[in-house]
Structures are given as structure tokens and as C-alpha cells.
Design a protein around this ligand. Structure first.
Ligand SMILES: O=c1ccn([C@@H]2O[C@H](COP(=O)(O)O)[C@@H](O)[C@H]2O)c(=O)[nH]1
Length: 224
């Protein structure tokens, strides 16, 4: 089985990001580039990181009207990402059009509820129920729209997997036992997420901010 860990390269310096990816590349399965990286380095930065030879996950979390999201999807064909994110709350038409516009080699996955949010945050947004309820509602929407899968926390991935057997599940908010949680609220260990059905484990700071990132990546790999 290939390594499910995608390293989140959340750093503004391109040379530092490239050096980090080079260092740990033997212990990860892919690289996740998000807003911080894309706003700073754009397509050029993505091409630079792609030279390392690992699959690229573009975590752009697109969220706009269907026509705009579809146009953005077309614009990133040239970057050949393995995975791209959109927000499930953009609605069914947006999800359908995002999938239709994506390259056939790209998996389109919908962010259900950010792992940095908890039940009180939902209530403040006027959304009733638990994170579990909310993630399940958006999982159904994502499934019905014909996209490839969802992003959810490891606390919901088991239930989401039962609801959508052949879905593709991306799980961030992962913390090896004893590591700092930071701004994440719904966390589990990488092993638990994998056991519950995650296809991709997104891990950033527990590797990139570790004293020894290679050892941290190795330690996580050993738990899987
Ligand atoms: O719900 C979500 C969606 C995306 N992310 C992204 O994953 C990484 C997590 O980084 P850590 O340092 O391991 O916390 C980060 O790039 C987020 O943008 C998420 O955390 N939660």
C-alpha cells in the first residue's frame, strides 16, 4: 500500500518549502499546497515543488458561483494536481460544475466542516446539530453531486465511509499522540484516521515544525 501521508507545506518561503519536501520525501506519499503557498508562489511555485516527483494536492478550497469555480478548475489543468478541494457549502451546482471542469486525472473533494471548528462554532453560524450531523449532511450532498470525495475530520471519517462506500476521504487535523493541537479542534491520530477509512492523511506542523522533520515523518509512518 502506498504511503497515505501528504505533507502540508504551509510556509511562505519557496526555497525552505522545497528543502523540507526533499528532506522527507522518502517518508511521505504526496505534498499538499494550500492557500499560503499558492498566494505567495502561484503556478511557478507548484511547478517547482512538482519537480520533487510526488503527487500534488492543491488545497485551494474553491468557493464561489459555479461559473467562477469551473473556470478556476480549467485554469489549473496545466498544474496536473492529483487532488483539488472545493467547499461543499458552495452547493450542488457548484460541485457538479467543478467536477465537470476538472481534468480527468484530478480528484475533486469537498471540504465539509473545517477541522478547526467545533459544535459552538456551528451554533454561532446558525447551524443546528453536532459536527457529525453537519458532516453527514454535506457528505450526502457531495456524493449526490458526482464529485470524488470529501474532506472531514478523523472523528467523522468512519461514519462518512459507511455512508459512501467508494468515496475518497481526505483527513487533516491529525496529531500523533502527545503533539500540540494548535488551532485544530477535531483531532485524532493518523493511525485512527487510517483505520477508519481515510485515503489521504494531511499532516503539516507535526512534521514541518518538528525539531527533526525526517524523524517525525518516520515515526508517523511507523504507526501506520
Ligand atoms: O478542514 C480542514 C481542511 C484543511 N486543512 C489543512 O490541512 C493542513 C493541516 O495542517 P496541520 O499543521 O497538520 O494542522 C493545513 O494546511 C490546513 O490548511 C485543515 O487543517 N482542516
Amino acid at each position: 500500500m502506498s504511503n497515505p501521508v501528504y505533507l502540508a507545506l504551509d510556509m511562505p518561503n519557496l526555497a525552505a518549502a522545497k528543502a523540507m519536501a526533499q528532506k522527507v520525501k522518502g517518508h511521505i506519499g504526496g505534498i499538499k499546497l494550500g492557500l499560503e503557498f499558492f498566494c505567495a508562489h502561484g503556478s511557478h511555485g507548484v511547478h517547482e515543488i512538482a519537480q520533487i516527483g510526488l503527487p500534488i494536492f492543491l488545497d485551494l478550497k474553491l468557493h464561489d458561483i459555479p461559473n467562477t469555480v469551473a473556470s478556476a478548475m480549467q485554469a489549473i489543468h496545466v498544474l496536473e494536481p492529483a487532488i483539488v478541494t472545493v467547499h461543499a457549502s458552495g452547493g450542488r451546482a457548484m460541485l457538479e460544475d467543478a467536477k465537470a471542469a476538472a481534468s480527468e486525472h484530478t480528484k475533486v473533494v469537498a471540504v465539509t466542516m473545517l477541522t478547526s471548528l467545533g459544535e459552538r462554532d456551528l451554533a454561532r453560524q446558525g447551524i443546528g446539530g453536532t459536527p457529525h450531523d453537519h458532516v453527514m449532511r454535506l457528505t450526502e450532498l457531495a456524493h449526490d453531486s458526482g464529485i470524488d470525495g470529501i474532506v472531514c475530520s478523523g472523528q467523522e471519517v468512519g461514519a462518512a465511509h459507511k455512508q459512501w462506500k467508494d468515496g475518497f476521504f481526505v483527513v487533516p487535523g491529525l496529531r500523533p499522540a502527545g503533539s500540540a493541537v494548535g488551532d485544530q479542534k477535531r483531532v485524532v491520530t493518523p493511525r485512527k484516521a487510517r483505520d477508519d477509512g481515510a485515503n489521504v492523511l494531511v499532516i503539516g506542523r507535526p512534521i514541518s515544525r518538528a525539531e527533526d522533520p525526517v524523524q517525525a515523518a518516520r515515526d508517523i509512518e511507523a504507526t501506520l
